[in-house]
Design a protein around this ligand. Structure first.
Ligand code: HEC
Ligand code: HEC
Ligand code: HEC
Ligand code: HEC
Length: 460
């Protein structure tokens, strides 16, 4: 064999190996999850399952310490979230978050020198918001995380920046044939397919409709398009990949849209999508002004959460093991909700003394505050600032048509968005009381915008 021939042969052999590396090498395990004949089988590769299991072992932990003695709020100078923890609980949590987020860097990753009270480092400011986010996930998103919940470790796993985050993709360079509509730019997050490469901005930041099947039999009013379908598929590839499952984990492929034929995890996934939108909107997006430029995406936005941020290839993060029994302080929003609502429930039933109120309207399907709503809220925030004893109640209303559970969730998200806006303006969370979502008067003649509103009332 000449040298040239040998080279060609080597290239051929290597090429074949590379091509085959894309396929699953046997053995594969198949687990039947649906009725026979529906093709609802999960296909596992025992080798990747073993590797994944090793990555999903819980980190070492210590049992919780008693909540006795003076609180962190009394002892330390600048504690805003964890103020009702005992000093023992507080210190243990500081040690835990160091192990979960910055094991190499230590306390100085968030604290500068000896002055633990200083907020000079952005990492501390971010971490404070992360504490609130973690409590919010565990308290308000049980529809997705049930009692398993999350801690900083679920996303961070010992890294200051979680392994899986995303930022808005830069605009595509136009192809010779014009607008590529986000396609033919394979990205790892969507399984290197030629589907739209950034399904996250429309679906996990904005609240675009995730649909393929039209709502009507005939074309009249059927606004779904092939282009829209491709965005949906792109998100679905991300979801399957993040959870390490096939499409049939959630769907019966006879009809992807049909909820009756879908498996229960699809409903959990539905809530997951809403939760991710909420986290990005309430927590990660507003932090863009806190992060240094190097941490921001090309579009100047902050790194955000998607399904892979928590799941990291597992159908449940950490295979469903919960770290919360050892960390009850992260399981709920303490102080804020508990201490404030009891006296206020009585106050709410009597006529409000101040009587200052506003009706904030929202767009269909969206929990985002409009500019008008922001403007209407401003005088109420001023009133709250002027009187430190005044409190504010929020009640979300939703329309009586459509899926009640979805509507109720949306009403809650809207109220939470209003709460976030008031908190951002500097009003403490314990002065804001959330009421249960309510159904607006049925509006027979189409959608009444007042059905989608949050009532805000200041009370002295
Ligand atoms: C990932 C960031 C992070 C790391 C790492 C971290 N802390 Fe903190 N620390 C915070 C945040 C956030 C607060 C404020 C909490 C609040 O506002 O409720 C805080 C507050 C404190 C305070 C209260 C200071 C005051 O007077 O207000 C002390 C004491 C403290 N941390 C000690 C430690 C020690 C000791 C370590 C290392 C074992 C550590 N922290 C590691 C984020 C961090
Ligand atoms: C749902 C996933 C998730 C959870 C839970 C979570 N984080 Fe984060 N965290 C993120 C994302 C996403 C970022 C943004 C990455 C970036 O730009 O730094 C981030 C950034 C941070 C940063 C800034 C790091 C840097 O160098 O920029 C700190 C500090 C941090 N988180 C601390 C915490 C602490 C402490 C907790 C637990 C109380 C926590 N996080 C819980 C997702 C999470
Ligand atoms: C973790 C569960 C889960 C997995 C895995 C999953 N999906 Fe979905 N899928 C959903 C949910 C939830 C919706 C509805 C989203 C919504 O309405 O907000 C949906 C919607 C869809 C729709 C739109 C149906 C309609 O109403 O028009 C299609 C098509 C679809 N998925 C296809 C797929 C394909 C193909 C895969 C595999 C690549 C896949 N899905 C994997 C949960 C899942
Ligand atoms: C904040 C972290 C977090 C994020 C982000 C997240 N999940 Fe989850 N998810 C969890 C936890 C924790 C569980 C386990 C709940 C339990 O024990 O049943 C879970 C469970 C699930 C399950 C149930 C699995 C089963 O077999 O019952 C599905 C499906 C799921 N997630 C889909 C998604 C999808 C789709 C996304 C992205 C749109 C997503 N998750 C984003 C934390 C997260």
């Amino acid at each position: 064999m000449t040298a040239a021939l040998r080279r060609t042969a080597t290239v051929l052999v290597l090429g074949t190996l590379l091509v085959l590396a894309g396929c699953e090498r046997p053995p594969v395990d198949v687990v039947q999850r649906g009725y026979r004949g529906t093709g609802m089988d999960e296909i596992y590769n025992p080798r990747t399952v073993d590797a994944l299991a090793a990555k999903n072992v819980l980190p070492p932990d210590t049992p919780p310490v008693p909540a006795a003695g003076p609180t962190a709020g009394q002892v330390f100078q600048n504690v805003k979230v964890l103020n009702d923890l005992s000093v023992g609980e507080f210190s243990r949590l500081m040690v835990s978050i160091t192990a979960w987020v910055a094991p190499q860097q230590g306390c100085t990753y968030c604290h500068q020198g000896d002055n633990m009270a200083s907020d000079a480092l952005y990492t501390k400011v971010v971490a404070r918001r992360m504490l609130q986010m973690t409590q919010h996930i565990n308290a308000d998103w049980k529809s997705h995380v049930v009692d398993t919940g999350v801690t900083c470790y679920t996303c961070h796993r010992g890294n200051p920046v979680p392994a899986n985050t995303w930022t808005r993709a830069p605009a595509q360079t136009p192809a010779y044939a014009g607008n590529k509509a986000g396609q033919n730019t394979p990205a790892p997050a969507i399984g290197l397919t030629s589907l739209p490469y950034d399904p996250f901005t429309p679906f996990l930041d904005q609240a675009e409709n995730i649909r393929v099947v039209g709502g009507t039999a005939l074309q009249t009013g059927n606004r779904r398009s092939i282009k829209q379908a491709e965005w949906t598929y792109s998100l679905m590839v991300h979801m399957s990949q993040s959870l390490g499952v096939n499409c049939t984990y959630c769907h019966n492929s006879r009809s992807f849209a049909d909820w009756q034929a879908s498996s229960p995890p699809r409903a959990t996934g539905w809530y997951g999508i809403r939760m991710v939108r909420d986290l990005n909107e309430q927590f990660l997006n507003p932090l863009a002004s806190v992060f240094p430029p190097a941490r921001l995406g090309p579009g100047g936005d902050s790194q955000k959460v998607n399904c892979a941020t928590c799941h990291q290839g597992a159908y449940k993060p950490l295979y469903g093991a919960s770290m919360l029994p050892n960390h009850p302080e992260l399981a709920k929003i303490r102080a804020v909700v508990a201490s404030a609502s009891a006296p206020l429930a009585a106050a709410a039933s009597s006529a409000p003394a101040a009587g200052l109120s506003a009706e904030l309207l929202f767009a269909v399907g969206s929990p985002a505050l409009t500019d008008e709503a922001q403007k209407a809220l401003a005088p109420l925030i001023d009133a709250l600032k002027a009187d430190a004893t005044a409190k504010v109640t929020l009640s979300g209303f939703h329309s009586a048509t459509g899926d009640p559970a979805q509507n109720e969730e949306l009403a809650k998200q809207r109220a939470l968005a209003v709460r976030a806006a008031i908190e951002t303006a500097g009003i403490a969370g314990d002065r804001i009381v959330l009421d249960k979502p309510q159904t607006a008067e049925a509006n027979v003649a189409g959608e009444d915008p007042r059905a989608r509103r949050v009532d805000v009332m200041v009370m002295k």
